[in-house]
Design a protein around this ligand. Structure first.
Ligand SMILES: *Cc1c(COP(=O)(O)O)cnc(C)c1O
Length: 469
């Protein structure tokens, strides 16, 4: 399996080559040259596999340059019961009205980012050791991605993490999660500023090619193909758990921001998994919902991005969307290039001519949710089933209810646990959500964080002093 760029300007590369890269050299994103197909027979032979072994089967179709024995070891290390709080790794729990919850948040940071990051941590360490090199990950986070990356890479050989966060802007629980890590290769840097300013520092450092090359800066952002591939696994797992025989159809509802999670569903469906609908749910930041409703993609600037009570979906420029558009326009890289050039010029592009295909050919439907919807959904799910869901998952449930069909199981992806966003739970139910028992005293642990001004030079000096060489 070789990987090409959505904009056509990259020599085909292996999985391990694109693993350590961000954007393709032409500004596009890596995609498999051809998607592997999984027959109904093969799919049935996977029934009953433990999660780690299913992950091996699926990922071996993408990581064809990693020997099978090694890859099996990596998936077993990534998806172990020591790391995940559930014997199933990804449990399936029934709600009511034909809906079930696919539990993607049993990992160490209580959000679905762990599903991909735990694999990324293993495969990074493996490929760096093979190549005898090191990597310094520099990123900015407003919460979920940074902590998932730190928990996946803590203590790993050959890699250090420098994670910038906005001082005083994360929840007490999120701060405690990140800042309580004492591993020597994990560096938390809190800057006096907002997330966008932290992100600007990262961009400035990555844009300094001499610095980037000398210190081998890397990223773990959501455009990383290995993350998308690792997420494909749980769509197969969910389908296998929700069905009993070949050919049965299942729909998935996905709380969406950067289009990474649901893109993995699109890939699974394109590989032959019998998915009926992919239900895309947004919050008030509804750029993607608008696209699937109208065919016009119009990203919004940071100023027009609302701060909502499902904050991990407060995104108005979906970095993985280009991969879906690549398929939508028949994998015509020149067309993709043209669309993105048009967007840079006009602020939007119009694919309404292809609108009939969104649902008929690709299974996509969409809906949006508001703060009031979120609170009402948390309340109604709790009253009707006794299950407490987080605000992002609530957006998924709200929109899933609009598209559920008799006889077709609707799996809502649970993208975080409620304890992570306890304030909103308190607003909905009048009482906070408690963290799992093993994390009860997290906020009382000693914290380790470097506090700095928003100063590129200061951050650069810190990295120079602490980087892996
Ligand atoms: C990242 C995140 C999302 C959005 O996922 P995308 O892959 O960016 O679409 C939704 N919910 C939670 C809790 C997240 O952390």
């Amino acid at each position: 399996m070789k990987y090409i760029s959505t904009r056509g300007g990259m020599t085909p590369l292996e999985f391990s080559d694109i693993l350590l890269e961000g954007l393709a050299p032409d500004g596009g994103l890596a995609m498999p040259e051809q998607l592997p197909q999984v027959s109904a027979e093969t799919l049935e032979s996977w029934r009953g596999l433990p999660y780690a072994d299913l992950a091996f089967e699926v990922l071996s179709l993408f990581a064809t340059d990693i020997p099978a024995d090694d890859l099996r070891r990596l998936t077993r290390a990534a998806y172990s019961q020591q790391t995940f709080n559930s014997e199933d790794i990804v449990p399936l729990r029934p709600l009511d009205g034909g809906l079930s919850l696919l539990g993607l948040s049993e990992g160490p940071t209580l959000a679905f980012k762990d599903m991909a990051m735990q694999f990324l941590g293993q495969v990074f360490e493996y490929v760096l050791a093979q190549r005898g090199t090191t990597l310094n990950i520099v990123g900015a986070t407003s919460g979920d991605t940074g902590s998932a990356a730190e928990y996946a890479l803590r203590g790993k050989q050959g890699v250090a993490v420098f994670m910038l966060s906005p001082q005083g802007r994360m929840s007490a629980f999120q701060r405690a999660q990140m800042y309580s890590l004492q591993d020597e290769n994990i560096h938390n840097i809190a800057v006096h500023g907002v997330f966008d300013e932290a992100q600007d520092i990262v961009k400035a450092l990555a844009g300094d090619l001499a610095f980037k090359t000398k210190y081998r800066l890397g990223a773990v952002n959501s455009i990383n193909w290995a993350r998308i591939a690792a997420q494909v696994v749980y769509y197969f797992h969910g389908w296998l758990r929700a069905t009993s025989k070949a050919g049965e159809q299942v729909s998935f509802a996905v709380p969406s921001g950067n289009f990474g999670n649901i893109l993995s569903g699109h890939i699974a469906r394109s590989m032959g998994l019998p998915i009926r609908r992919l239900v895309l749910a947004t919050n008030e930041n509804n750029v993607l919902e608008e696209f699937f409703r109208t065919g016009v993609y119009r990203p919004r600037p940071a100023k027009q991005t609302y701060a909502t009570s499902s904050p991990s979906m407060d995104i108005s420029r979906a970095s993985n969307f280009e991969r879906f558009v690549f398929d939508l326009v028949g994998r015509d890289a020149a067309r993709v290039k043209e669309l993105w050039a048009g967007m840079a010029r006009d602020g939007s592009f119009d694919l309404s001519a292809l609108k009939p295909q969104f649902e008929e050919r690709y299974g996509f439907v969409s809906g949006a949710s508001s703060h009031e919807d979120r609170l009402a959904t948390i309340r109604s799910v709790y009253d009707e089933t006794g299950v407490l869901i987080d605000p992002h998952t609530a957006d998924g449930v709200k929109v899933a209810r609009e598209f559920v069909e008799p006889g077709v199981p609707m799996l809502v992806l649970e993208t975080a646990l409620p304890a992570k966003f306890s304030e909103t739970i308190e607003e909905a139910l009048g009482r906070p959500a408690t963290p799992p028992g093993n994390l009860a005293d997290l906020e009382s642990l000693p914290q380790r964080v470097e506090i700095m001004d928003c100063d590129v030079a200061a951050v650069r000096r810190f990295i120079e002093a602490h980087a892996k060489v």
